[in-house]
Design a protein around this ligand. Structure first.
Ligand SMILES: NC(=O)C1=CN([C@@H]2O[C@H](COP(=O)(O)OP(=O)(O)OC[C@H]3O[C@@H](n4cnc5c(N)ncnc54)[C@H](O)[C@@H]3O)[C@@H](O)[C@H]2O)C=CC1
Ligand SMILES: O=C(O)CCC(=O)C(=O)O
Length: 530
């Protein structure tokens, strides 16, 4: 049974699939302090948040069972991603569900700004019929600058076209082709700042975007421009903005987000007649809240059930086409990593993974994560997983070498995992996915084999002499160890050889010690693959 904690108000309809799942218990506890969360998080396998809960390192450290933090929304600036990655906790978000809603809020803000709607409303309901103070401007024929042309910025641009606006867009990943398709003129930040009548930001808050609009930018802006922030507080410098409004550069500003939320009661935005504000309502519609909760719940279920999932923000994104191709190899890759690590008797210094055949045509990074997990889990257990395996290898200064080659010596695909031990030991294992037969180990060190990578195996190094197979069989029989299958590999008659036996149960140390007492038997190791 998995336990899921919902610590922010999240749509009931959206999380219904979690509530209905037979293997999930959902607890809703909102408004918890950091210490309260630290006190209970150890019981939970998943945590679902919106933007109110700040998921700190301290919380992650207490989260001994936590596999996933699900953010019902886009921005993950309330989650310590580094701490999550270090602990192997997957962080997922719901990037698509609130795009339209936030875009529409941006438009609502732009129109409210152009026509002074909040100010006029307040005055009218206070009993003053004032038509002179609220002369507005049209959007038609105005230039709209959009900084950040991702999901929301692009939707804003689309709607602005319908209002007859000219659009200047900047985004480090905006191509000429996409800009042309949207009818947006590609521009630099400087060109946008100098020419926009209205400007809206739709970037995440990063070290690069923090205060990207500040005093220097306000000083060269068109006098009387209007500016909107429905992205993240801090992209526009709040102090510099107040000065720009007071200096007559900015005619009006509309902010849904603040550098610190909620803002202090004496925050200058809250009393400025030319600044309108909303309390981070960008994503607050019934539709968006259902969408993001459904999306995030679906992925949390997949993660808890060890099924393929998407929208992880602390792992690089993988194209669906690449994922489809790699997914069948994940289990084989992890087993090869685990097999090689169990063969190693010395501290590992270097890991080498050679991809060949079909696998040389795709970005194998996600598969590498599984192989590294298989290797590291040998000593680190559940602490190593596909989120942190690369990070763990890096912080341990393990040299990871990845190669890729089209030829496979007869297989359509081949993965070879080689480890370099401290004193020169080099265990090596190779596997393939055979059409119609599934996973196979086809090479152990220099020996060709054909072994199903599953269950309990005994790996024996011996000298190829008559009687050895019989001796091993008799000894295992005496010790009540049933042999399911056996493979022998040798390079030449009478030389060094290996034997790999699949047995029906755990083999204890006594059995392994007895095996190495047999004549011509050099080494016996147990390898367990689950
Ligand atoms: N007010 C609210 O309630 C909501 C706010 N948001 C916020 O809106 C922002 C945008 O969301 P989406 O469009 O869904 O994200 P997105 O990831 O689709 O788009 C963000 C874009 O910003 C661009 N970008 C990054 N650095 C930049 C820079 N220095 N200059 C120009 N562009 C840059 C990226 O290339 C990307 O295309 C996020 O910060 C998100 O958290 C999202 C939903 C609701
Ligand atoms: O949960 C919310 O309402 C905040 C939405 C938001 O800011 C986001 O999705 O980035």
């Amino acid at each position: 049974m998995f336990k899921v904690l919902v610590s922010d108000p999240i749509s009931d309809l959206g999380i219904q699939q979690l509530v209905d799942a037979q293997d999930i218990i959902v607890d809703k506890q909102t408004g918890l302090s950091e210490d309260e969360l630290v006190g209970i998080i150890g019981d939970y396998d998943a945590l679902l948040v919106r933007s109110q809960t700040t998921v700190t390192k301290k919380i992650m450290e207490a989260a001994t069972k936590l596999k996933v933090v699900g953010r019902a929304g886009v921005g993950v600036d309330n989650i310590d991603l580094n701490a999550a990655t270090e602990r192997g906790i997957i962080v997922i978000n719901a990037p698509d569900g609130n795009t339209i809603t936030t875009c529409e809020h941006t438009f609502a803000m732009m129109m409210a700004l152009a026509r002074h709607i909040p100010q006029a409303y307040a005055k009218t309901i206070s009993g003053t019929w004032d038509r002179k103070s609220f002369l507005g401007v049209e959007l038609r024929n105005k230039t709209l600058g959009v900084l950040g042309m991702g999901r929301i910025g692009s939707e804003v641009a689309k709607r602005a076209k319908a209002f007859g606006m000219e659009i200047l867009g900047y985004d480090p990943f905006l191509t000429q082709e996409r800009a042309d398709k949207m009818g947006v003129t590609l521009a630099s930040v400087d060109e946008i700042i100098r020419n926009a009548d209205f400007m809206t930001v739709h970037t995440p808050l990063t070290p690069e975007t923090k205060h990207m609009i500040s005093t220097a930018q306000f000083q060269v802006m068109k006098k009387g421009m209007r500016i909107i922030n429905c992205a993240r507080g801090g992209v526009i410098d709040e102090t510099a903005l107040i000065t720009a409004v007071n200096d007559g550069i900015v005619a009006g500003a509309a902010f849904d987000v603040f550098e610190s939320e909620p803002p202090q009661a004496d925050h200058p935005f809250l009393s400025h007649p030319q600044i309108i504000v909303t309390p981070h309502l960008g994503a607050s519609t019934i539709e968006a809240q259902e969408n993001v909760a459904i999306d995030v719940s679906e992925q949390v279920l997949h993660i808890l059930r060890d099924e393929p999932f998407k929208n992880a923000v602390n792992m690089p994104p993988v194209a669906a086409s690449v994922m489809n191709k790699l997914q069948p190899y994940f289990s084989l890759g992890e087993k090869l990593g685990s097999f090689a690590a169990q063969m190693a008797t010395q501290a590992i210094q270097e890991i080498r993974i050679d991809y060949a055949g079909d696998l040389s045509e795709v970005d194998t990074q996600p598969l590498t994560r599984y192989i590294l997990k298989g290797i590291l889990a040998r000593h680190m257990g559940d602490e190593a997983n596909i989120v942190n395996s690369m990070h763990l290898a890096k912080v341990r200064d393990l040299n990871v070498i990845i190669t890729s080659a089209p030829s496979t010596k007869g297989f359509t695909n081949l993965i070879t995992v080689s480890l370099k031990g401290q004193n020169g030991e080099e265990p090596r294992v190779a596997g393939t996915l055979l059409a119609g037969y599934g996973e196979r180990i086809v090479r152990i060190n220099d020996y060709s084999v054909d072994v199903l990578p599953s269950g309990h195996q005994i790996l024996i190094s011996h000298t190829d002499k008559p009687g050895i197979i019989g001796n091993v069989g008799s000894l295992l029989g005496q010790k009540d160890v049933n042999i399911a299958s056996m493979q022998v590999g040798r390079k030449q008659e009478g030389g060094e050889a290996i034997m790999i036996l699949t047995v029906d149960k755990d083999v204890n140390k006594d059995v392994l010690s007895a095996l190495v007492e047999l004549p011509n038997l050099n080494k016996a190791q147990e390898v367990v693959l689950v």
